[in-house]
Design a protein. Structure first.
Ligand SMILES: C/C(=C\CNc1ncnc2c1ncn2[C@@H]1O[C@H](COP(=O)(O)O)[C@@H](O)[C@H]1O)CO
Length: 260
């Protein structure tokens, strides 16, 4: 049989827009996987693909925030109810920062994040929300003017640190604690130039400070000096003043405004 006839009769394999015969039909190719619109979606669940997605989150974040100017990251509970004292505290923080010409960066979610973004808008400032993709339906709060949605917590966390000159931490739960302790560790280990971390809500935070002092310091897990990384106040205007002027904690009482 002439070779020409054999070639013509070889059965074609169709993959999306591709028509493949002989070796091309048998051997899987990178190009083939890339162009395949009907095949399994395994490729996007591979680590090399994730690396590209992670990279794109950094590129998007750096691009959007590079020209933000002075900014402070504000953390706090996603569950704070509008009208509550903690919510109003967040609004005031956002407003004072905005009036000082400083952008407000939050997690873009509800509760205290929404409160700080609202204050930033009311103060005619820049209101930024760094949202995170979560298993349940959720969107950026309506007071976010510049919003970025992240898939990866660690890429988002980089933005909170890289574009802020300080942190203000409102009362919160696990997410807030995670952000607070990450900030403290970055300063403690000198991964970032020291910047102010101000906790708002003396009654709320004091037991945690006491536990650090009475247990962690006494057990030698942290040094007394590490408590100087944070300041504790009750007044939003004072918190903003301290974070903007980098006022260090008084060493005598570690910044706790309570009388000893
Ligand atoms: C719990 C609910 C929504 C959660 N939505 C969030 N959106 C954006 N950022 C969030 C969200 N939840 C936590 N965060 C981050 O952690 C901090 C708050 O966590 P906490 O455990 O509530 O203290 C906050 O600063 C965010 O960066 C439905 O109400």
């Amino acid at each position: 049989m002439p070779a020409q006839t054999f070639i013509a009769e070889a059965p074609a394999k169709h993959k999306g827009p591709l028509e493949l015969r002989r070796k091309q039909a048998a051997a899987p190719m990178s190009d083939q996987r890339l162009l395949d619109t009907r095949g399994p979606d395994q490729f996007i669940h591979t680590d090399p693909w994730r690396v590209l997605r992670i990279q794109s989150e950094f590129v998007e974040g750096f691009g959007a925030l590079a020209e933000l100017g002075p900014a402070v990251s504000v953390f706090g509970s996603a569950r704070t109810k509008p009208g509550s004292s903690f919510y109003e505290m967040g609004v005031e923080v956002g407003r004072h920062l905005a009036e000082a010409g400083v952008a407000v960066i939050t997690g873009g979610g509800p509760g205290s994040m929404e409160a700080a973004n609202k204050g930033a808008v009311e103060g005619n400032g820049v209101s930024v929300g760094l949202g995170i993709e979560l298993p349940f339906e959720q969107g950026l709060n309506r007071w976010v003017d510049l919003g970025i949605n992240f898939r990866y917590f660690f890429a988002r966390k980089t933005m909170f640190v890289k574009y802020a000159q300080g942190f203000i931490v409102l009362p919160g739960g696990l997410g807030t604690l995670d952000e607070l302790f990450e900030a403290m560790v970055l300063v403690q280990t000198r991964k970032v130039t020291s910047f102010p971390i101000v906790l708002l809500g003396v009654d709320f935070w004091s037991p945690m400070i006491e536990w650090i002092r009475e247990t962690l310091v006494k057990e030698g897990m942290v040094s007394e000096k590490d408590l100087d990384l944070i300041q504790l106040v009750d007044d939003p205007a004072d918190a903003v003043h301290r974070v903007l002027h980098g006022i260090p904690r008084p060493p005598s009482n570690n910044g706790d405004q309570r009388p000893e």
